[in-house]
Design a protein around this ligand. Structure first.
Ligand code: NAD
Length: 495
């Protein structure tokens, strides 16, 4: 059985003898074990991270950038290997896995520009012969805790920028698919990153709690479910750490009567069923405005029935399994609750069996019509291939639905009316908004983050928000002694 360990000081390493099983979701079989780290592992890792920071902080931003640039090349040369590890342990199709690695790579490309991003502000003569400038300095040891659904991309939202800013970084990946982050760490070391700058601590809540409670860790970046995000935010803030904690989602896609309906259907099906609905930007609610609802439901149904569900090893697969047996059961329970709450089940993804993969955690595309806001399937995040259609009379009702929902990660509107689109982008209470675009994931040089119960903390991830999060602002005011001496001043200086 493959044993997955930690990555400390440039090497794989583990003290703990306690291991957690890692599954191949397509086959429903255990394929590896990952170490559940203990306090001895953590002590070793923290000493290494401290040493790493001391060395790395001395590197000029340009020298850091050159190493990050070599890391970028290493990723480019290993995209297939990285994607295979994602698909094997997560189950998503190989092309989708490659896409996710490339979206992470884009953050690495952004981080190569760190000398420019760390340029401060300078003001000459803020007072007579007095100059003032602002600089951004690293925090020290920063840490990231990441979810199972993007084992390459989400860690890459964090560590390239933190490390580019001069911090050392500890990653606690999801215990469900930990192999890809380990390969990323090896590729960074091969690029010349000094030992201890990027360490990986594997494990479950015990590992997370050791990080949260450590006085040596300055900041926490978290991405995962909302209940855990709240816990991380409270615990880390209570310890005086800087924290950004991204949570769950329930993304609505509004289809206006004047929308190009075929485009909207493609958007809903791709973003609702892609990656088996296990994306925080997945579309889970389609809001049908006015009289287009019957047509919309019929067309989603037709596309859903022809969608190919198969393991990632089948190149024609459009959707793989969900992550675990427990998660499959949870999704199936949501489907049952939708039926008992009175929603109309149009497509049922339960009891799907794939020949040769009978034990795999597959759930087929599922579609509900006539869903209402009181139903559990509307209120809660399902994180599976389940689309709920809610019918409303007009745009105002659709906007109210979006704004009243507790989650605020992403949303989208399909329309050919510029005025409606502008009203929506201005007035919706959501962090990431699309117009005729189903999954409005911001590029690396913009920033990713939701509102309401989808983000706790003040900073979104990557882009300039990332640089701000991983640095402390310092402002210097300076006068040289030969300027005129005027004696002590007892009032606030004025110009
Ligand atoms: P999760 O919250 O169960 O786990 C995330 C991380 O937290 C993992 O590393 C896990 O080991 C750790 N963890 C789990 N339970 C913990 C606990 N009680 N205390 C401390 N740490 C704990 O999430 P998941 O199931 O891995 O991922 C799916 C969730 O992530 C979904 O809710 C999805 O919407 C969300 N997500 C959000 C975004 C975003 O950008 N907002 C992006 C991706 C995923």
């Amino acid at each position: 059985m493959k044993k997955i360990k930690n990555f400390i000081s440039g090497k794989v390493d583990a003290v703990s003898l306690n291991y957690i099983e890692v599954d191949d979701p397509s086959k429903g079989e255990v394929i590896a074990e990952v170490v559940n780290s203990n306090d001895k592992d953590f002590e070793k890792l923290i000493e290494s991270s401290k040493k790493g920071f001391k060395i790395w902080n001395e590197f000029t931003p340009l020298k850091r950038s050159r190493i990050i640039s070599k890391f970028k090349n290493n990723i480019e040369n290993n995209i297939d290997n990285l994607a295979k590890l994602v698909s094997l342990e997560h189950g998503k199709t190989i092309e989708d896995a490659k896409g996710s690695v490339i979206r992470g790579l884009e953050v690495v490309e952004f981080a190569c520009g760190i000398p420019h991003l760390l340029k401060g502000d300078f003001s000459q003569n803020v007072g007579t012969n007095i100059d003032s400038w602002s600089i951004r300095q690293p925090l020290g040891i920063s840490a990231g805790i990441t979810p199972f659904n993007f084992p390459a991309m989400v860690p890459m939202w964090m560590f390239p920028i933190s490390i580019a800013c001069g911090n050392s970084f500890i990653l606690k990946p999801s215990e469900k698919d930990p192999s890809c982050p380990l390969l990323l760490a090896e590729l960074f070391t091969e690029a010349g990153l000094p030992d201890g700058v990027f360490n990986i601590l594997n494990g479950d809540k015990t590992a997370v709690d050791m990080i949260l409670n450590s006085d040596d860790v300055s900041s926490i970046s978290f991405v995962g479910s909302t209940p855990v995000a709240k816990y991380i935010y409270k615990t880390a803030a209570n310890k005086g750490k800087r924290v950004q904690a991204l949570g769950g989602a329930k993304n609505h896609l509004i289809v206006m009567p004047d929308a190009n309906i075929d485009q909207a259907v493609d958007g809903i099906v791709g973003a609702g069923y892609g990656s088996a609905g296990e994306r925080c930007m997945a579309v889970s609610v389609a809001v049908a405005v006015g009289d287009i609802a019957d047509d919309l439901v019929q067309k989603i149904h037709d596309k859903g029935t022809t969608l190919k569900v198969a393991p990632w090893t089948d190149n024609t697969s459009e959707m793989g399994p969900v992550i675990s047996k427990q998660h499959k059961e949870k999704i199936e329970n949501y489907i049952s609750s939708g039926i008992s709450d009175g929603a109309k089940l149009i497509l049922d993804g339960r009891n799907l069996k794939i020949q040769g993969y009978e034990n795999g955690y597959f759930v087929g595309p599922t579609l509900f019509d006539e869903v209402t806001p009181e139903m559990t399937i509307y209120k809660e995040e399902i994180f599976g291939p389940v689309i709920s259609v809610v019918r409303v009379k007009n745009y105002e009702e659709a906007l109210k639905l979006v704004n009243d929902h507790t989650y605020g990660n992403g949303t989208s509107i399909y329309t050919s009316d510029g005025e409606v689109s502008r009203n929506f982008t201005t007035n919706c209470k959501i962090g990431m908004v699309g117009v005729n675009v189903p999954i409005p994931v911001p590029m690396a040089y913009h920033s990713f983050g939701g509102w309401k119960q989808s983000l706790f903390g003040d900073h979104a991830m990557h882009g300039e928000e990332g640089v701000r999060f991983y640095t402390k602002l310092k402002t210097v005011t300076s006068r040289w002694p030969k300027s005129i001496q005027s004696g002590p001043e007892f009032v606030m200086p004025r110009n």
